[in-house]
Design a protein around this ligand. Sequence first.
Ligand SMILES: [Zn+2]
Length: 785
Amino acid sequence: MAAGVIITPVLLSPLPRFRSPLSTVVEANDGTLLGARIADDGQWRFPAINKVPDKFEKSLLTFEDRYFYLHPGINPVSIVRAIKGNIKAGKIVSGGSTITMQVARISKGNRPRTYGEKIIEILSALKLELFRSKKTILEMYSANAPFGGNTVGLEAAAWRYTGKSSSDLTWAEAAALAILPNSPALVFPGRNQEILKSRRDNLLRKLHEKKYIDSITLVLALDEPVPGEPKILPSKAPHLTDHFYINNGGKVVRTTIDPVLQERATEIINTHQKDLAANYIFNSACIIIEVETGNVLAYVGNSTIKEAREHGGDVDIIRSLRSTGSILKPFLYAGMQQSGDILPNTLIADIPTRFPGFSPKNFDQTYSGAVTAGNALSQSLNIPAVKMLQKYNPEKLLDLLHKTGFTTFNKPADYYGLSLILGGGETSLWDLTGAYASLSRVLNRYLKEKKYYKDDYHPPVLVLQEGASRERSEDHDPPLSASAIWLTYEALQKVNRPESETGWQYFSSSPNLAWKTGTSFGFRDGWAVGTTPKYVIGVWTGNANGEGRPGLTGIMAAAPILFDLVSLTGQGPWFNTPYEDITMIRVCAKSGCRAGTDCPETIEIPACINGLRSEACPYHQVIHLNKTGTFRVTSDCAPPSEIINVPWFVLPPAMEYFYRQKHPEYKALPPVSPGCPVSKSIPVMEFIYPTADVKIFIPRDQTGVLTRIIPEVAHRNPSKKIFWHLDETYIGTTRYIHQIEMLAKAGNHVLTAVDEDGNTIRCGFTVIAPQPPKGGLSTVRKLGL
Ligand SMILES: [Zn+2]
C-alpha cells in the first residue's frame, strides 16, 4: 500500500524525452568532423554520441553528482540541504539536482523553477532510473545539456570550444566543459574567464584528490588556458555537408571521405582556381574514388576561394548536369571493340562530313583523311567519333551508357542522334566517375577471378559501410568484357594530344594512367577524368552559370588539376593484361583491319573475340602494272608476261585527298597506261560535298538572297580538269582545287562531275530553302536583319 503511494505517481509522471531538432554532422572516415549545419531551431545541437568519454564523465560526476551510480535518481541528502538553503534565502537558489533530475528538467525546456516543477522533476527522474540504464541517462545528459549561447550537448561544445571531438579532450578541457552546464549563462567562455578558470582548477584538484589524475597531469592541466570564444566549426567539405543536410538532415553521417586527401584536393582545386579566375573561369570541382569499394575519398563540390564564392561557388558541381563534350568517346570505343565493329587500330575516315542540321568539326578544324580508331580516341577527333557512332548506332551506345551506370540520359536515342558522342547529352561528374570506377572494378575483378559480377557496376559510395559485403551475382552477359575495357584503357594511356596541341607535352609523363579530357560546345565545360587500377579521379572546370570562355578546354583547364591529383594518390602499377579474354587477331599492318588476302604485311594484335567478325581490310587491292611499275595496264593492252601484280594500298578518293597531305609516304596509284581501257574498279573521283541524298538547308543572306552552296570533289589526280553540270546544265570547270560555287533552287537536283578522261560521278541531293520574307526585301533592310 505504502509502496503504491510512491510508485503510482512515478509511473504516471512523464518519461523525459528529447525531440528538439538536431544539427547535421558530417564526419570523415576516421570520425573527424568535416562539417556541420546548425539545427532548424538555430541551436548547435549534435546528435547523441554513443559513448560519453571517460574524462568528461569523471569530471562531470565529480563536479555535479558524486553518487550518480549509487542513487535511484534523487539524492535525499542534497535535496534536504537544498531545501534548507532555499528557505534561508527566501527563494530557490540551489536545486540539489542529480544528473538524472537535470535530464528531466532539460527535457521540459526552460520552465521557471517552482516547487511544483521540482516535484514533477523528482518523479520523472525516478521513472527515468526505472526504465533507463545509468549509461543511457549519462548519454542523454551529455547530448542535451546547455553549454552556453546556442551550443547544446557535449559534442557540439567540444568542437565549438576546443576545435576537436569530445573523445580527444584533455583533462583540462573535459573539466572546463563539465562546469559549463551548471551555469551556462554565468560561465560563458570568452567572458568571465576568471570564474571559469578558478572553478575548473578546483575541479582538477578534486580529480587529483580522487586519484583520477596524477600530480604531473594536474600541473600541466592547471597550466592550460580555459576555452575562449566559440570557434568556427570545420568546413572541409561544404558541398557534401549541404548534400547530407538536404538529404539526411539532423543526423551524424560517417562518410567515406579521407580527411587528408580531402584537404589536399581542396588546396589543389583552390590553387588552380586562382589562375583560372584570371580568365574569368570561376568554378571547378573534383572527386576521387577508390576503385575497389567505390568509396569517395575526396569530394570538392566547388572551389572555396573568394572569386569562386562570388560566382556561384555554392553550386555543387559534382551533382550538376553539364554537357559531356568528348568525355563519352571511350565508352563508344569500348562498345565497338566488344561488338567487333572495329579493331583497336582500324582506320576510320576523317573527312568533311555533314548530317542534317549537324556538321561536326575536329577541334583544330583540319582533316587527316584517315586515322586509327585508337589515335582518334587519344586525340579526341570528332569526325571519326561521329563516323564510328554512325556505324555502331546511337541507340546501342545509349543502352551501353545506361548499363555502365549513367542515369542522366533519359531521352530516346533520336533525341540525341549522332551528337550524343560530341556532347549532345548532359551528365554529372558523379555519374561519369562512377561509371569509370565500375569499369576499372570489373577489369580488376576479372583479372583476379576470371568472372564478371553484376554488382560491380554501382554508383560511388559516400556513407561508410564497414564490414558490409555486396551481394555477388555472376554476370553472364557483361555490358563490356575485360578485354574491351583493357583495350580502351590502353588507347587512353597513350600519349594524349587531345583537342589542342598546346601543352600536351607536359602530360606525357604519366604512363600508368588512362585519361580523357572533354570540352563542351562553346567552351562551357572543361572535363578531365583518369583511372589507375586503384583510383578514379574526375575534374570539372567552368562557370556555374554556364558562361563559356576561350581557353576553357579540358586539356588546358581541367587536365593540369587532374595530374596534380594523380600525383597526390600515386600511380602504382598498371592493369595486367586479361589474357584469358583476349584473342590474337592477324591484322593488316597498314589499315589495322582484319588481314585480307591482298594485305602484304600483317601483324598479330590483342583484341576482343568478336573482332574475328570485323570487316577484312578493304584498302589493299592487287593492281596490274607494266614491267617498270610506272603505269597501270590490263591484259587488253600488255602481254601477260610483262604484267606484274602488286598489292596496293588505295584509299577512297576523298580520304586519299586529305590523307596524302599529312602522309608524304602515301603512294598514289600509278596512272593508267595511255591507250589502255580505263579500269572502273577503282574510282578516281568522289564527292566530298554534297554526299548522296543529303538534304541541304540553304539560308538567305542579309539581303534576303539565297546563299550559294559550294560542292567539292576529290580527284586522285587533282591536275585533271573536272566539268560540272547541275541538272544537265554546264556550270563550270575546275582544276587542282575542285570546288565550285553554285545556286540551287528548292527541290531535287542531280550534280554531275566529269573529268577529262570521261570518268563520271553523280550525286542526287535536295535543297530546302526558306520562302522570301513577306513585305519584300525593304522590310528586311528596315529591320536590319
Ligand atoms: Zn590491308
